[in-house]
Design a protein around this ligand. Sequence first.
Ligand code: UD1
Ligand code: CA
Length: 464
Amino acid sequence: MNQAVILAGGQGKRMKAPIPKPMFKVLGEPMLEWVLKACENADLSRICVVTGYEAKQIEDYLGDRCRTALQAERLGTGHAVQQTIPFLQEDTDGSTLVLCGDAPFIDSETIADSLVRHEQEGNAVTVITANVEHPFGYGRILRTDSGIAGIVEEKDATDAQRQITEINSGCYWFRTADLLTLLSKLTCENAQHEYYLTDTIAIALHEGLRAGAYCSHNPDVVLGANDRKGLLTLNTAARNAVLQQHMANGVGFTCTDGIIIERSVQIGAGTEILPNTILRGNTVIGENCVIGPNCVIEDTIIGNNVTLNTVQAYQSEIDGNVKIGPFVHIRPNSHICSGAQIGDFVEIKNTTVGEHTAIAHLAYLGDSDIGKHVNIGCGCVTVNFDGIKKSRCVIGDHAFVGCNTNLIAPIALGHHAYTAAGTTVTTDIPDYALAIDRGVLHVKEGYTLKKFANRSKKETNENE
Ligand code: UD1
Ligand code: CA
């Protein structure tokens, strides 16, 4: 079957961080993830990733998603592929796609189209190329009248060869059986004393095998990052591409400043995204919403006609016609049901807020099940943690929780129950009841008159 080898052993010294280069993120996903997804979208499920520098980080990230092969010393791209020989030998029937883990924009269409060409031409190797304005640093494609003749690296190229603008993307299709032969013939006689995978082209031709080049119409397939500046360029390109796609789908942006939307996010038509809004992970937003300014939304499902202003929401669900903000934190595992309204300085955690419930300001609601048409007054707190364990509060439909109520969990407040302002509730309250916890209010008449009279007497004495 067809399979893929992804080279991810390199360090990326200029990033100045102990992270393998393919693990640096573009739009929230490691570059390696982009390459893996492109393979998976092209129906390549048998994948081996070559690790090297800080290999454990990549192994931990991948888990059992695919195989890995460790390249203990970095002796070049050819040497990296040599580490996968046991993997290649397991299935020599089809072709193997070799890709670079630090060039995230390879796409499944290029992979599929180049495979068609590779098979049609009966090539031992087909290199994916692109024509770029600035070929500096890339391997240049050498062509003759009959086709590709080889690849020469920047450091080994003559001045004339450096003028060539068709470059090696670093992705290739190899007939697997031929790849095994070609790998056995690599040497390191070049400027960098490395085993260049690129030498397989000239070796194939020398051996009488066919080699071809597939020039991608998407020049971004070659883009990689060698430093932080390059990474920013990739992020900017990816970010703009995502924004364009949402605009084509009918999502509105008046100004895109500070808006970062990861690839996985879905947004319905008619929704407006306002500045400084970051949408991450598996977030799905319905139609005709206004999201922003200043929102961070992660893995959250949002219905239609929702307004979020300066809200952070994580791993939660917000149904349609909900209005939240400003300055609200929705922590994981919360469900805000339709028609609910949440105002400023409210924190919600692991809590269901029922339909048409209002939490207007300054409240903490954690580990709670709040019914519908409930009113939560200003300053209410669910006291869900006793220092050892967390417990839940249940608040019935149409309950009215007065300002500054403390609900000491576990506790259940019946439906249509009231709590008076300032009450600390320590037992369950039946339906329709009022819980009122008031000490005797002492009123000391003339207290301050006396206090200030005493003070001015004392001051007169001191000044004498
Ligand atoms: C390589 C190609 C060049 C091409 C460019 C495209 C060679 C000799 N040159 O150059 O023609 O234009 O990619 O980006 O192949 N890696 C390892 N182990 C190693 C060396 C590299 O795993 O020993 C991995 C790196 O992590 C990276 C990929 O292979 O993902 C490419 O390596 P890199 O050093 O960036 O190759 P380039 O010099 O850019
Ligand atoms: Ca590179």
